[in-house]
Design a protein around this ligand. Sequence first.
Ligand SMILES: *C/C=C(C)/C=C/C=C(C)/C=C/C1=C(C)CCCC1(C)C
Length: 244
Amino acid sequence: MNIFSIAIADVAKIATDDYVGFTFFVGCMAMMAASAFFFLSMNSFDKKWRTSILVSGLITFIAAVHYWYMRDYWAAHAESPTFFRYVDWILTVPLMCVEFYLILKVAGAKKSLMWRLIFLSVIMLVTGYFGEAVYRDQAQIWGLISGIAYFVIVYDIWMGQAKKLAVQAGGAVLKAHKTLCWFVLVGWAIYPIGYMAGTPGWYDGIFGGLAMDVIYNIGDAVNKIGFGLVVYGAAVAASSSADA
Ligand SMILES: *C/C=C(C)/C=C/C=C(C)/C=C/C1=C(C)CCCC1(C)C
């Protein structure tokens, strides 16, 4: 065997009907490309928007690295890379909470708002992990607790203190906040569907034909890249109209 055949033997095959493998692969590339885009465009914005764009880039970059591992893991074991998945989320979801805070800072958002959202998101993810990986027999209960934390987050940003601050700020900030709220309400709702497709419970069979990882991968692409682009759009709007 020469060096080339060794290198080739290292790359696992992807079957044409392996949608999980395919979405891990494409997801990985998309996250890398998005990161390059956010990092490289960062410096063309006004100082107060730079950190927000930087955080957008960090979110997709952390995901790109995890997708690199998850893609490999799936290729080698053909099973869900649950551990990497949740490590990715426990880093990136709190960063999305930071994003909400950074955007609302112009309206005087306090750090306590950020920590509250981070705390809730950690509860949501840790209980989800318990249901998916540790206590699978009780996946429904853990999923329910996780879902409650999720709804508190939705309430906070749609109707709570975050909403009031966004209204005070107005302009590009209010617009971006609204769009991000929709991401959390609709985009994040993709994840509980994935969870139900991949864990045992009363919902058995409803999502039977769908692979949990395909659903999670679609959710990640929509939410991480989409979320970042909303922030990017807000920065563009604010810089050109100078209203925020
Ligand atoms: C980039 C990753 C993101 C935005 C991940 C978000 C994850 C969720 C909103 C997960 C939510 C869950 C529930 C609401 C109930 C079932 C368990 C989870 C963890 C899948």
